[in-house]
Design a protein around this ligand. Sequence first.
Ligand SMILES: Cc1cc2nc3c(=O)[nH]c(=O)nc-3n(C[C@H](O)[C@H](O)[C@H](O)COP(=O)(O)OP(=O)(O)OC[C@H]3O[C@@H](n4cnc5c(N)ncnc54)[C@H](O)[C@@H]3O)c2cc1C
Ligand code: SF4
Length: 320
Amino acid sequence: MKAFDYLRAKSPAEAAAAAARPGAKFIAGGTNLLDLMKLEIETPATLIDVQDLGLNRIEPTREGGLRIGTLVSNTSLAADTRVRRDYGVLTRAIVAGASGQLRNKATTGGNLLQRTRCPYFYDTNQPCNKRKPGSGCAAIGGYSRQLAVVGTSDACIATHPSDMAVAMRVLDATVETVNAGGQTRAIPIADFHRLPGTTPYIETTLQPGELITAVTLPAPVGGEHIYQKVRDRASYAFALISVAAVIQRDGTGRVAVGGVAHKPWRVEAADAAIPNGAKAVTAQLLAGAKPTQDNAFKLPLVERTIGAVMAQAQDKRAAA
Ligand SMILES: Cc1cc2nc3c(=O)[nH]c(=O)nc-3n(C[C@H](O)[C@H](O)[C@H](O)COP(=O)(O)OP(=O)(O)OC[C@H]3O[C@@H](n4cnc5c(N)ncnc54)[C@H](O)[C@@H]3O)c2cc1C
Ligand code: SF4
């Protein structure tokens, strides 16, 4: 690990101002960043610790939703009674991820910004356009079982690994930020994560040094909330694919998929196709998919998982 300065900011303004230093990086729970620093994939000159900023509360919004401070731990967010009652898909997605100890440290903002689990990204002997721009992509033509099938580019086929982000996407969350100049922004989560294109190292629409202060959820939409994660072992593994869904009594709903793209994947036409069944939804969701030989299994897996989720929603409605 390379030497770095450490600064514990006392206010969001102080943290954002400190982020103007060259090579500065925020640290929250550290569960992703420190691993990357040990491998020297991330080499920040200064770490700005954001844990004392008072951004660890979950509060109601005037619109009837919830405002989740960026430092709220994944454990606290999943356990919050309002989240469990009104945004069940979020609780289910969070507890499907990592381990209890990691969730105690992992934060809301940090989870959205965790980096890909592409194996070649972590192997510094391999070319990787995300880690080292312009060096190539070892995954294309390499081993790609875990990687993306849709929204890919010739530069990168990595997936976004977060479970929580998939639920946030289906709930239409908004990411609130502040920059070094004190200006605030509200970014719809649909626009927050980027596709790889020719710049896979630019993963979000955050500007350098911009601090996430909170994530807001709109007023509850009701319906059955389901999160189904498919992985190689029963726990403590990243998703091969995952499905977050909110299905209403009349059979309409919304669906987002994880493990298939560089960002949580949701398509308007797929939501509209929900009353027509899993095949129709998947056809819209994965239109234009370009799987590799190793990960073509994800296409039927998505369809079957959406089918299972819809059947689960129907059973719950029948039992209610
Ligand atoms: C073994 C293991 C298994 C895991 N399994 C899963 C899993 O199954 N599903 C899953 O979803 N996740 C999983 N995770 C990932 C874990 O959820 C993330 O590491 C965690 O959520 C990151 O949060 P953090 O607060 O620790 O972020 P940090 O490591 O502190 O930071 C991550 C990134 O976010 C930036 N950052 C943090 N806060 C802010 C802010 N407020 N504003 C701007 N930038 C900020 C940091 O600069 C850094 O770039 C796993 C992790 C490990 C180590
Ligand atoms: S898929 Fe993306 S993260 Fe993986 S090696 Fe290629 S460029 Fe790097």
